[in-house]
Design a protein. Sequence first.
Lengths: 250, 441
Amino acid sequence: MSLLEVKNLKVRVEDNEILHGLTLTVNPGEVHAIMGPNGSGKSTLSHVIAGKPGYEVTDGEILFKGEDLLEMSPDERAAKGVFLAFQYPVEIPGVATMTFLRTALNAQRKARGESEYSTPDFLKKVREVAKSLNIPQDMLRRGVNVGFSGGEKKRNEILQMALFEPAVCILDEMDSGLDIDALRVAADGVNALRSPDRAMVVITHYQRLLNYIVPDFVHVMSKGRVVKSGGKDLALELEASGYAQFEDAA
Amino acid sequence: MNLALAKNETGRALSDSFAVARDRLPGTGKVAEARSAAFEAYDRVGLPHRRIEDWKYTDLRALMREVLPLAPAPDAAALKRAAAAVKLQAVKETRRLVLVDGVFAPKLSELDGLEKGVAVGTLRGVLESGEAAVQAQLFTLDTANPMIALNTAMMTDGVVIEIANGIVVTQPLHIIHVATGTTPTAMFTRSLLRLGKDAGVTLVESYIAADGAKTYQAHDSLVISIGDNSRLDHVRLVEDSREAVNISSAVITLGAHAHFNTFGMTSGAAVSRYQATIAFAGEGSRVETNGVNLLNGRQHADTTLFMDHAVPHCASREVFRAVADDRAHSVFQGRIIVRPHAQKTDAKMMTRALLLSDEAEADNKPELEIFADDVTCGHGATTGALDESLLFYLRARGLSEKEAQALLIQAFVGEAIESIVNDDLRELAIAAAHRWLEARG
């Protein structure tokens, strides 16, 4: 069974249809890149998969392990194993990162009928992951993302990804706002999480990120549809020729 | 016309109950005279209503309707139920001083091994046979305020604490007010803390209900004097029954170079009002007041503070956070007066309200009256809902809607709770906030 199946998805925001019948199938172990110009609907797709309010699905469906994802609340989706790494992770003053991580992890485990982590086990796990991502301990004591640099915020997203062990990771413009060193650290973190059971959907405007996170499949989105799919070479092709050809095609 | 009628009715009912209660009220001679004068002062006005500016948002004629009859002194069964309730509130390392149905309960209190320089007595004791000066201090509350006048007339008991010069008490003193009555009654208490010079102490006040106590009225008052170079930390938690009324008044006077840090949180009671006057009587002193309201259902909670900068070189900070859900109503009135000679006053007030429903209401009334020209004063206020983008982020991480809201509410009130210096007491306040959040479901 496919992990994630998006079938003929049509989505509107107020009076504007953003996605006009998008289809995408993702199997375990695969890394898919979704590329496209601004306004092509890439972020809308990631938001609808995660369950962000404000989008109206007018047609089509999204199945996760065969289940209707659109019927689930955002927290149910998270507990089932859907993870969205935000393009712009929010700052939450007054909620310590450590408290947030523990509350979220235990909420997901509870929803799955698993026992909650004990404090020592939890701390051990967080410290291990944080160390591998170059996240200093004092960052974990601060408010969630408060005063974090762009790179730190993205690393915090990857830290959560490592901690929650989702089945599908949607990475929304992970490279935005990152310099090359920060990008490398973030990409290493993502690559470490690649596994035969886990799929990733990497949404990006630029090919640059795909030098670090090498995809199995590349899809080009334009005006709310996938207009071309191919292997990793498609990204290089796009880098050379640009998106203009597809905008015409769509 | 209707008001006059309403007043006469409440007045007459209460006159009877005052006459009945009088034999039980401690004190004779001057004390009894002061009580009668206070009762007359109350009787002239009756319960305050919206046309009195200070009570504009908290109309006790509508919210409280009547003053309930005086609660009987607790019997053995009441004390037993009170003990069970107190146990749930127990904080390690504090010294408990328990008032049950408005009467000091020595058996539930910890009076052994008081630190040197610390004396604990009862209001009853002081009114019956105390020093004239201490008695006089108990009557310094302004009976122009009808609810203070009523409290002065009816006060039955309370805790009187004296801390000598140079004594810094390490163990917090915890006054716990417990209501046990299963029939509707009222309690009238007054406590006094006299903190000497170069001294320090932490005072905690909790208002709770024993199992089964629902409809009651807690009428409390507190008089505090803080000596020169002394520090008082104060924590006040209102967790009364959701059908109860809590009307409390306080007057705090600071000497020179004194420091008063106070935190108050109201998560219980159907209707509550906390009215405090903080007066600077000596230069170089500092006050930090932090307040939190956590309200839902049809709860109504009013905090009315009067910061009296009467002398130069003093600083005050007021931080207030209100959370109101359903049809709850939160009121904050903050008056700051800087008197003509109080130069170099530094006074700031900041209130924020979080409304969780369209029908919840938060009223905020700042009043700054500045008569000196070399001062720094300011106030700010915001009102808003929970940030949708934060809620979505948390839900995308697996938190349910209620869990996400709870985490953001905790963060919202956290800044005020952080002002509590003592770790155990901060935990006590956090636990009270958790109880409110959990009851929300």
